[in-house]
Design a protein around this ligand. Sequence first.
Ligand code: ADP
Ligand code: MG
Length: 729
Amino acid sequence: MSTLRFRALQEASSRKPVKFEETDRKSVLFGLNVFNQRAMKQFLTPDAYKGVQDAIQHGTKIDRKLADYIAMGMKEWALTKGVTHYTHWFQPLTGATAEKHDAFFETSYDGSDPLEKFGGGQLVQQEPDASSFPNGGIRNTFEARGYTAWDPTSPAFIFGTTLCIPTVFISYTGEALDYKTPLLRALNAVDEAATDVCKYFDKNVKKVTATLGWEQEYFLVDTALANSRPDILMTGRTLLGHTSAKGQQLEDHYFGSIPSRALNFMRELEQECMLLGIPVKTRHNEVAPNQFEVAPIFEETNLAVDHNSLLMDVMQKVGERHDFKVLFHEKPFKGVNGSGKHNNWSMATDTGVNLLSPGKTPMSNLQFLSFFINTIVAVNKYEELLRASIATASNDHRLGANEAPPAIISVFIGQQLTKVLAELEGVSDGKLSPEEKTDLKLNVVGKIPDVLLDNTDRNRTSPFAFTGNKFEFRAVGSSANCANAMTTLNAIVAKQLRDFKKEVDALIDGKGLKKDEAIFNVLREYIKGSKNILFEGDGYSDAWEQEAAKRKLSNHKTTPKALKAKVSKAALDLFSELNIMNHVEVEARYEIELEEYTKKIQIEGRVLGDIARNHVIPTAIRYQNTLIENVKGLKEIFGADYENIAREQIALIKEISGHIAGINTNVEQMTEARKRANALTDAQAMAEAYCDEVKPYFEVIREHCDKLELLVDDESWTLTKYRELLFTR
Ligand code: ADP
Ligand code: MG
């Protein structure tokens, strides 16, 4: 009985909560390990400080001399905090963050004059030996080098004893190799386009910032238990395991009291977040057992994306201290809720206005409606691209599999706003009569804030829902880097706002309409043209699938199918028109994501085959042998009558043999299917083969294994069971 499973169980169930005491109040801790305004003021010369501020606010270049000064101040600050190393911190397309640490320490060639050194050159640019990061064929091996370059808009921070400098990652030929570069460009595009539209309503607006507030869901599993499951270790999810007798049916976990081990983990996590300037605010249990959520106050999107990536790193590290493995996978356990990462998104002006929040006057509401309706139009036009932006092998378990939300992108706006749009749609063509104007302004637009006050009908099944003062993109996966979704969303809205501006201007200049009239006219046409994307009903229902098909909305349940939209003409045009990505960059990303998909399924297939053959079958045979011994014994005692007496055992022996054969044949067939898929040269075809030819075996093999789990004696089963993974606290 000394199997890994039982040792792990013993270890896990005897653990006490790891002690943790906050060192100070949150407001005191906040940002202490960030090179923020406060630190800059203290450690930079006035010139250097101004240089950084200009770079952050207006994107001005930082010259080499200035960089030297900034680096010097940054180093001084870091040394006061015991830092020994620095690294450029970036987000390659693998989904994880990357770092390469260098010591501050330097000496002369003969070992004399040891000193802590960090110059502008090292701050601004670094060359990671990055030939092993995915690049989708952009970097040929003979010039397999990219470089990282400082992004001053996201402040440097200290983690452990390392100064981390957020950077972009670009190839020497100038193409983006990371998530951040296109995101920054998309944020720029939406800033420009939205600022132009804002000028219709307020000439003082100079900058619009896209805001993001993510909600990170995750599971905690005891490290010992996680380590006893090769599937969790290798793929982040369970590939087999019979569902536990007690699941989430009772819903007693949701908003219940947080178990104390988890609570101490969260407290330490929150303290780390505070030090790093990540403004986390809420913590609670989620629907499934051992599932939790952490969410911050929203921030400027680039910073929020960095903070989410950083958070995921920090969570793993703090998790280790508390003997937890943090599972970010969208579906770690069959039969219990999966995890998502809702992306709450809006736009705010430098004059302090949330553009998706209705105001007090008809004018501010017309502004609200312009941004609100243009977002709907953008999603309608580019729903397929938006779906592609969240497509991963792991997110397929949610989007493609009757779980929240569906693979069909639609927009939920609530009853009240639906009414407002219907009234706006009735606006007459061309010039408005004075009565019409008054009616519109006072009775339709004027009343929006009041109607929104009781807009409480929140549709939990919608992938993209308006929630009072922001849109909530709910289909983003819990393991994703938010940048992918945010680049796409901000790009399509930027493009749409540009088009809107052109159309409104054409009516003003060409047809002599007043500004308000022109805006009303364009919005009316938009409302008529984008009804397809609006849906208020149950997103999981079959009826919606049929209805969506009639509306010709896309419904790609798998990543390989969904990803194609990334390289459609519409997508390529969009990204190049807005200078976000050129064709090479878009195509490279598409290839990388296909490869990523293929690799994930390939690994899952291998791991499943291994576990089924090396854990499940041997265990089943051992148990079967016990049964056989038993039957033999019965035969000895009872002679010819044994068949009657041993009937159940004999049936079991046969049943076990049936499942063993089932596993063996299907693992063999799956391996053959993998070989055929591997022989394909086209990335799209290979991903589709893995999806359609290899993946279907997972369920069949699992089915046999899970049946065996029920048949075989609990004490000899080597794999930690669902009830143990989910209910050990
Ligand atoms: P709930 O939806 O649970 O009622 P809130 O409405 O306060 O809670 O916000 C949920 C999430 O939305 C939070 O993570 C918050 O940071 C984010 N959020 C709120 N306002 C905005 C905004 N203007 N832009 C982006 N995210 C926002
Ligand atoms: Mg939410």
